[in-house]
Design a protein around this ligand. Structure first.
Ligand SMILES: [Zn+2]
Length: 258
């Protein structure tokens, strides 16, 4: 995968528009050369806007998205009362949409852009062809799907038995890993919404973390001040999921060194 040189996409008559080789996604980076060549011509670089929905429950999934460095997409479950709770956080270590299933399938969750940025996308039909031509691509995506399932399973347990502060610390660590920078551009309202709790409750949790110096919060941006404090405050779920990623797909999970 070659680092793109400019922001203006190149296009040609032989392939889709925006034909470039985007960088920063760990799945694409992990692919051997033959597999990269099978997928690269069909990757299209797109800008994802904050709050944008890539698909809604029931929608036919037409594209798979590979978030680039700093882009985070959440799989959320919209409820009838208007709340929408996060089930998985996907960034540069992963992909969203049509990853396991063959061809078009209805989406079960909403894919909502949490932190805006670039992503590479490919039509699910092209992805199927690329998987057939490059068994390693197929293997990596199957393994990634296992890791994503682990994340969702862990979140079920986490939401049931762990206190909000520990869950919040876990989420901040996961997002820090995916952004590779200490500033998380997210409002406390958005954070509260993601956990399905009242804003005042979330503000109390964020204030407690802030008083201890773990984070600070300025103008809609959460700053991670002391990661170690978040690691201490987080529940076991952070390490459990990260450990599974490291065993199933070594080199995929982007960690932030202290
Ligand atoms: Zn937990």
């Amino acid at each position: 995968v070659v680092k793109p040189k400019g922001r203006r996409p190149a296009s040609g008559p032989e392939g889709p528009t925006n034909r470039r080789r985007p960088t920063g996604n760990q799945i694409l980076k992990l692919l051997p050369r033959a597999a990269q060549e099978a997928i690269a011509p069909w990757l299209e670089e797109v800008e994802l806007r904050q709050g944008e929905s890539l698909f809604e429950p029931g929608d036919g999934v037409t594209h798979a998205y590979f978030p680039m460095n700093g882009t985070v997409v959440s799989l959320v479950l919209p409820m009838r009362d208007g709340r929408a709770v996060e089930a998985a956080t996907i960034g540069r270590e992963g992909a969203v949409g049509g990853i396991v299933s063959l061809g078009h399938k209805p989406a079960f969750a909403r894919a909502s852009v949490q932190i805006p940025g670039q992503a590479a996308r490919i039509s699910v039909n092209r992805l199927e062809t690329a998987k057939r031509n490059a068994p390693r691509l197929h293997d990596i995506l199957v393994r990634y799907a296992d890791c994503l399932t682990a994340q969702v399973l862990q979140s079920v347990g986490c939401a049931t038995v762990h206190p909000l502060e520990a869950r919040c610390a876990r989420w901040l660590l996961m997002t820090h890993d995916r952004l590779q920078q200490p500033e998380i551009p997210l409002t406390q309202e958005a954070l509260a919404e993601m956990f399905g709790v009242a804003r005042t409750y979330m503000t109390g949790i964020a204030s407690a973390l802030q008083r201890r110096g773990a984070i600070s919060y300025r103008r809609g941006v959460i700053h991670i001040e002391r990661r170690q404090m978040l690691e201490d405050a987080a529940c076991e779920c952070y390490r459990a999921v990260r450990g599974h990623f490291e065993r199933v797909l070594p080199g995929l999970y982007p960690t932030v060194e202290l």
